[in-house]
Write a protein that binds this ligand. Structure first.
Ligand SMILES: [Zn+2]
Length: 670
């Protein structure tokens, strides 16, 4: 049966290719001729689309990039829907996926259970009588996705990238970042109020009267507020060395007597004699807070953490309460449909089981081959650019090229899939299913501790529209889902593909050489491979990037955070440079024949503006600026292009145009 489906899909995609060859791709009508390309290229290309694009009520935005994950989730839902209706043998991945989905969709059972599923956890919290039993609960919670005051993960040692070690990170707050607690502007105050209301509602839903609920809410918020003060900002978190502090457990035991590290590690099931304490200030503060805050207050805090971890697995009022807060934070008007929420949960918890079905249905080996060809061409173009850099010595250039050619390329989906044989799924136990899957993921991680790094592992699912560079493995990864329009279309001309997925590939490659990546060597270790002078010149150049992007105003008086987005902006500027050079090596790149009225270079630039074509709610834009290390879409297009000679030439950008930058002032790093 499966084979027939697969065969049909292949025929359909062949038909799509044939149609594609006749497709226009870019029409002159979509350009907004009331805008000048040299004033705001992003709007010149996208403004007309903005006029007609409608943000679905359940989403924060619409268009390319992360918002393509909405239609992706609908595809996943389609897969899950059919799997759940088929007869499948118990324990097979079809059964697991189908029953997980069916259980999540069974809202009658979920609503009937109210918050019964977490009552055993509440009893455990009630029996906490001292800091040691508190920390025992915290450590156990990590195994089932209950995030509270400890964030534990297993991953490569930054200074010995072939070995997995234990890492702990700052955590403990419920809003996205420390500044959310500290800011006093109107938008931030509204988010704080919505968050406090969410806390209060959860306490009311679990039996507190309204007076007690308000008191508990204030108490929990007060604890988080104290924790937030010890957090690093998301800009400080970008400092690679300051966020690596591997120390012997024996030292930690003495340093944090209240935390009781031996008790905690035992609870985690982690056997190790050293830990990388990524943010020491947080754990130092936690050690103090554990005794300065009364134990009964901590118990209230833990009850909230349990409820917020599982809000979507409990009855409707809990999910509604969470949505009330998210709505203010990210701007979506109504809740996502249940099917979309559950498809997303399956993707997160059983992602590589679902991913197998996704790639069978939506991915072809041809797409992988074509993408690999593009990656290889970009790599060659990048090497030539390194050779021609006027600010770097020959010895550093050689090391940069060594690193460039050592990059591992992963395209489509993992070579081997994670198995979920220990996950127990039943069709009417949604809460227990999610706990079982979360525990399995935890065990999977724990088993890596102290072992060599498996470089075949993936850190995203094939159906997610994303791409990443992983510095400790010196690898670039492009899941199947990003190999689709507007990023990639096998039937489109090279200008569109090099200005699409080519940009993304160049972007990920440049991450190996951004302000953070440049500190890792070709084997993924934090190790200096630069001469002192070369590194000083590199820092001067990255400062230019910080200054330029900090000058961009996005919303009201909010600017792009130049220091937060430095790595991504450097990658954006590198990406459009490298992809253009690679494009110029193709026959179309060397040609001047117009298609649909546009030259090859113009089409290349237009493609860049279309791959970041996104319309979003103001709330989400605000959320983005505060938290996202990428610049907002407008500046992912205009920021890099205003520094490109080919853009100036292709659209005849002149002094006086807002995007005009004199040749001597253009930023060129890679
Ligand atoms: Zn990036």
């Amino acid at each position: 049966m499966k084979k027939i489906v697969f065969f049909l899909a292949a025929i359909l995609s062949l038909a799509a290719c044939k149609q594609g060859a006749e497709k226009k791709y870019i029409s002159i009508q979509e350009i907004d001729s009331t805008k000048k390309p040299g004033d705001n290229f992003f709007l010149y290309i996208n403004n007309k689309w903005f006029d007609t694009a409608v943000i679905p009520a359940s989403q924060s935005g619409v268009g390319a990039y992360m918002f393509m994950n909405y239609p992706q989730r609908l595809r996943l839902q389609g897969i899950l829907d059919s799997v759940s209706k088929a007869a499948t043998p118990t324990g097979s991945i079809e059964q697991q996926l189908g029953d997980f989905y069916a259980a999540g969709m069974d809202t009658a059972t979920i609503n009937k259970r109210g918050y019964d599923p977490v009552k055993p956890l509440f009893s455990k919290i009630d029996s906490i009588h001292n800091v040691a039993s508190l920390m025992q609960f915290v450590a156990n919670g990590c195994k089932a996705n209950i995030g509270s005051v400890l964030s534990f993960a297993v991953g490569p040692d930054n200074k010995n990238s072939s070995l997995n070690i234990a890492h702990i990170y700052q955590t403990g707050i419920g809003m996205p970042e420390r500044d959310y607690y500290l800011k006093t502007d109107a938008a931030s105050v509204a988010i704080q109020a919505a968050y406090r209301k969410y806390l209060t509602t959860l306490f009311v839903l679990t039996g507190s009267d309204s007076v007690a609920a308000i008191k508990n809410s204030a108490l929990v918020y007060g604890i988080e507020n104290q924790i937030a003060a010890s957090h690093k900002t998301n800009i400080e978190l970008r400092d690679v060395n300051a966020n690596y502090n591997k120390m012997p457990v024996a030292v930690l035991v003495k340093r944090h007597p209240n935390i009781g590290w031996l008790n905690v590690l035992n609870g985690l099931g982690a056997k190790t004699d050293s830990i990388d304490v990524a943010q020491t200030a947080y754990y130092d503060k936690l050690n103090v807070l554990l005794t300065s805050i009364p134990i009964n207050d901590w118990k209230m805090y833990l009850k909230f953490k349990v409820l917020t971890a599982y809000a979507n697995q409990l009855s409707r009022p809990f999910a509604d309460a969470e949505f009330g807060y998210n709505k203010v934070l990210q701007g979506q008007a109504v809740q996502k449909a249940r099917g979309e929420i559950i498809a997303d949960a399956v993707d997160q918890l059983l992602g590589e089981a679902l991913g197998q079905f996704y790639v069978k249905k939506y991915f072809t080996e041809d797409a992988r081959k074509r993408a690999l060809e593009l990656v290889n061409n970009l790599q060659k173009a990048f090497a030539v650019r390194i050779d021609h850099l006027d600010w770097m010595s020959d010895s550093t250039k050689q090391k940069a090229k060594d690193k460039l050619f050592a990059i591992t390329k992963k395209i489509g989906y993992p070579a081997k899939w994670k198995d979920y044989k220990n996950v127990h799924i039943e069709s009417n136990r949604y809460f227990e299913n999610t706990v079982s899957a979360a525990s399995n993921n935890y065990q999977y991680q724990l088993e890596k501790l102290g072992k060599p790094v498996d470089r075949s592992e993936w850190f995203t699912t094939p159906s997610t529209v994303t791409a990443y560079y992983n510095p400790s493995a010196n690898e670039i990864v492009f899941p199947a889902a990003i190999l689709q329009s507007p990023y990639f279309d096998d039937a489109a001309d090279d200008a569109l593909n090099y200005g699409g997925i080519g940009i993304v590939i160049g972007h990920e490659m440049t991450h190996a050489f951004d302000d953070q990546g440049a500190q890792f060597d070709k084997d993924g270790n934090v190790k200096n491979w630069w001469t002192k002078d070369d590194y000083a010149r590199f820092k001067t150049k990255t400062q230019q990037v910080v200054d330029l992007y900090s000058s961009f105003t996005v919303l009201d008086t909010m600017h792009v955070k130049g220091a937060l987005t430095l790595g991504e902006n450097t990658a954006d500027i590198g990406g459009v440079s490298i992809a253009y050079d690679a494009f110029k090596m193709t026959p179309q790149g060397k040609d001047t024949t117009r298609i649909d009225g546009f030259t090859p270079d113009q089409r290349f630039c237009i493609s860049i503006a279309r791959i970041w074509r996104v319309k979003m709610k103001d709330e989400f834009l605000r959320f983005w600026i505060n938290n996202n290390p990428h610049s907002p879409p407008t500046w992912r297009v205009n920021g890099p292009l205003m520094n490109m000679p080919y853009f100036h030439k292709a659209f005849n950008i002149k002094p006086g145009d807002k995007m005009y930058v004199a040749e001597k002032d253009r930023i060129k790093i890679w």
